[in-house]
Write a protein that binds this ligand. Structure first.
Ligand code: SF4
Length: 440
């Protein structure tokens, strides 16, 4: 069965019994992924290339990255509150998890081929689900740990390490128009340390797009949007950025940028494979190098939202963090972006500067965010400072005798910040940006 098999846009669910598997097997076939579970748990999800994406077992969730690491997350109650413990599985545990997931897939596929699957119930007739299963299961069953390791090597040949994405973009297809961070001197940040910054030429970027498409092959439907990497893709001059976005549009179907509300939702439903638009990080100083008209030109080519690390509205604290811009410049940058009708995602840090800066951080950040006039298309992220021993922040904070705020104190800081926010109309979505959750 070819990749062109039309998969139901809704989830197609079949409950089965398969020889060699104890319990009810649920096969869930979606447009972009396949999930196999036994009595609900364990549950494993694979993309259309057959690669394990993630799973759930014994109260633990697993997320596999494209460079073939597996991150385990487990919720725990500690000191009266819920925390999430994360760890990367060591090689032997990773292999065991992979073998469990693919062992299940192989048994179900063997039974399908032998005609010994016992169908308990199904959301659709056999004539619908069987071709879908025939397209998905052999591909999954053909994968093993060695194949995943080879795929990881192919990934590393196409991509530089992907430092971080905003949480709403974890399902984005990253295209590295630039690599690294052009500034790389914020004291708290180590995402791109030791990596050279460069802007790709248009031919290099076009070749990268082709390599990314070839790498993912049938798995591309798992992605929802395009994220133009990395720390500050909009630093590329307009004369390069415009053809880069044209190249993205030539390679992928994007939702038309002039649609919104119900019209957008209707178009989206009729084009389930289309990507949601283009997203990117931008630094305040580089956003300020664009005019509102230039931003509008990028929007016309699919740029939908850019993410800007405000961190704080307090100028003293920004200097302590060694940010390259002032809070006033961040405000002006947001105004320029919004004048060009591109939405923003503003990131505010919690806990930076400890108790020493806490009052002024809350007061001035509230003022700046209010002045940004964020609306329902925008996002406001609160990102707890995560202690990274050995960073310059850590050294400066130790020198200045600034201690870390506790988790409860950071949450109190968030509450104080939010209490002061006022929005003229429907407010932006406010969400948590936990950098420890990122896995790509
Ligand atoms: S916070 Fe942003 S601008 Fe600062 S070093 Fe990190 S990636 Fe670069």
């Amino acid at each position: 069965m070819s990749d062109s098999v039309e998969r139901a846009s809704e989830r197609t669910v079949v409950n089965l019994r398969a020889p060699g598997v104890e319990g009810r097997v649920t096969l869930s076939l979606k447009r972009d992924a396949t999930t196999l579970s036994v009595n609900t748990v364990p549950s494993f999800t694979f993309d259309l290339k057959g690669r394990l994406i993630g799973g759930f077992n014994a109260g633990r969730t697993y997320r596999r990255t494209l460079d073939h690491r597996v991150v385990e997350k487990v919720g725990e109650t500690r000191d009266g509150g819920r925390i999430r413990r994360r760890r990367e599985l060591p090689p032997d545990e990773k292999r065991a998890l992979v073998e469990t997931a693919y062992g299940l897939a192989r048994r179900v596929e063997a039974a399908r081929q032998a005609g010994t699957l016992d169908v308990l119930d199904s959301s659709v007739p056999a004539a619908v689900w069987q071709p879908l299963a025939e397209a998905a299961l052999p591909r999954i069953a053909a994968v093993d740990n060695a194949a995943l390791e080879a795929d990881a090597q192919a990934f590393l040949a196409v991509y530089e390490p992907i430092g971080i994405l905003p949480p709403d973009q974890y399902r984005a297809l990253v295209l590295q128009a630039t690599q690294g961070c052009s500034y790389n001197k914020c004291t708290f940040c180590s995402f791109y340390r030791g990596r050279a910054f460069r802007i790709k030429t248009l031919p290099q970027f076009q070749a990268h797009i082709e390599a990314v498409k070839a790498f993912h092959g049938p798995a591309l439907p798992v992605y929802r949007s395009i994220f133009l990497g990395e720390a500050n893709a909009l630093i590329a001059p307009q004369r390069l950025l415009v053809p880069m976005l044209d190249a993205v549009n030539a390679a992928f179907e994007l939702v038309p940028p002039d649609l919104s509300g119900e019209a957008r939702a209707r178009w989206r439903a009729a084009h389930p494979a289309a990507l949601d638009g283009v997203y990117a990080f931008v630094s305040a100083l580089d956003a300020l190098r664009k005019t509102a008209d230039e931003v509008a030109d990028l929007k016309a080519r699919g740029l939908r939202r850019v993410y800007i690390g405000l961190e704080s509205g307090d100028e003293d604290l920004l200097r302590f963090l060694n940010k390259p811009n002032t809070a006033a410049q961040a405000l002006e940058a947001v105004q320029t972006l919004k004048a060009g009708e591109v939405a923003v995602g503003v990131v505010v840090m919690l806990g930076v500067g400890g108790a020493r800066y806490a009052d002024q951080h809350v007061r001035h950040t509230t003022d700046i965010v209010n002045a940004m006039r964020l609306d329902m298309d925008d996002l406001l992220y609160f990102s707890e400072y995560v202690d990274q021993p050995g960073t310059e922040y850590d050294l400066r904070a130790t020198e200045a005798a600034i201690g870390a705020l506790s988790a409860a104190e950071m949450q109190a800081q968030r509450a104080a910040l939010q209490a002061g926010l006022t929005f003229a109309g429907p407010p932006p979505k406010v969400a948590v940006y936990d950098i420890r959750e990122f896995a790509y």
